[in-house]
Design a protein around this ligand. Structure first.
Ligand code: HEM
Length: 224
């Protein structure tokens, strides 16, 4: 156990933890997008509400949800530690050459994008998760349709998804480097999977507010 904590405390251990928690969070995005795409079904939001009801009432899903929040927290706290220890290490070095400047810019942008994704998550959870899981909202689809008929929220979600896409793109790059997955043999496949995550999934999410904004979401849910 001590050896495990010593490893997690080392700089390589922290980077591996960052990569593994990041990859886990990406798998959540796949499930989350699949469920949310039910909002596009023209059935008055019935399929989405049934899915949300199942997710909210199933004890296994609720336990996994606690795990998900724990992993989000670990990812944030560990990332903050890495950022500060990198900065401290950089401050100690005097020589500044191009590579160093590039690395500094990349890691600064990762910290900025991470902070913006965090702000998005807080707003997002307050908007949907609190009503669904804490306040017992039954017509979650109506709440989502009502939200995405407002220009402010559509723009907010689109900007957040661009930032998320940036964060995933560079996060994947550094995760592959850390885990040593960029081999000649599997490089192409790994690159393909990365594109699915940083490009296809954010586009999939973006379709939801855009579709609801321009086509009104489900006509039946609008009348509720
Ligand atoms: C337009 C796209 C999105 C819609 C319509 C949406 C909708 C929802 C809804 C209705 C909930 C609360 C109930 C439930 O879990 O089903 C929720 C929870 C959540 N969302 Fe989203 N979401 C979107 C995008 C995102 C993105 C891009 C992220 C991550 C960056 C995200 C992260 C979460 C998390 C962590 C939860 C709480 C965990 C959970 O209950 O499953 N969502 N979302």
């Amino acid at each position: 156990m001590n050896a495990f904590f010593a490893f997690i405390n080392s700089s390589v251990g922290k980077k591996i933890l960052m990569s593994l928690t990041g990859i886990f969070l990406c798998t959540f995005l796949v499930e989350h997008l699949a469920g949310n795409l039910l909002l596009l079904k023209k059935d008055g939001g019935e399929a989405f509400d049934a899915y949300a009801h199942f997710m909210g009432g199933n004890p296994i899903v609720r336990t996994l949800e606690i795990g998900l929040f724990a992993i989000i927290l670990i990812h944030i706290i560990n990332g903050t530690f890495i950022w500060f220890s990198n900065r401290r290490a950089r401050d100690k070095r005097y020589a500044s050459y191009k590579l160093e400047e590039n690395t500094t810019f990349q890691s600064r942008m990762m910290a900025v994008s991470a902070s913006l994704v965090f702000v998005f998550l807080v707003v997002h959870l307050a908007k949907f998760w609190v009503p669904a899981r804490i306040l017992g909202e039954q017509n979650l689809s109506s709440l989502v349709y009502a939200t995405f008929r407002q220009t402010f929220f559509v723009v907010f979600y689109l900007v957040a998804l661009v930032v998320l896409s940036y964060h995933l793109r560079h996060g994947f790059q550094s995760a592959f480097q850390t885990l040593g997955w960029k081999t000649k043999r599997y490089g192409g496949l790994i690159e393909f999977i990365a594109v699915l995550f940083w490009l296809v999934i954010p586009i999939g999410f973006a379709i939801i507010p855009l579709y609801i904004y321009f086509y009104g979401g489900s006509a039946v849910a609008m009348m509720r």
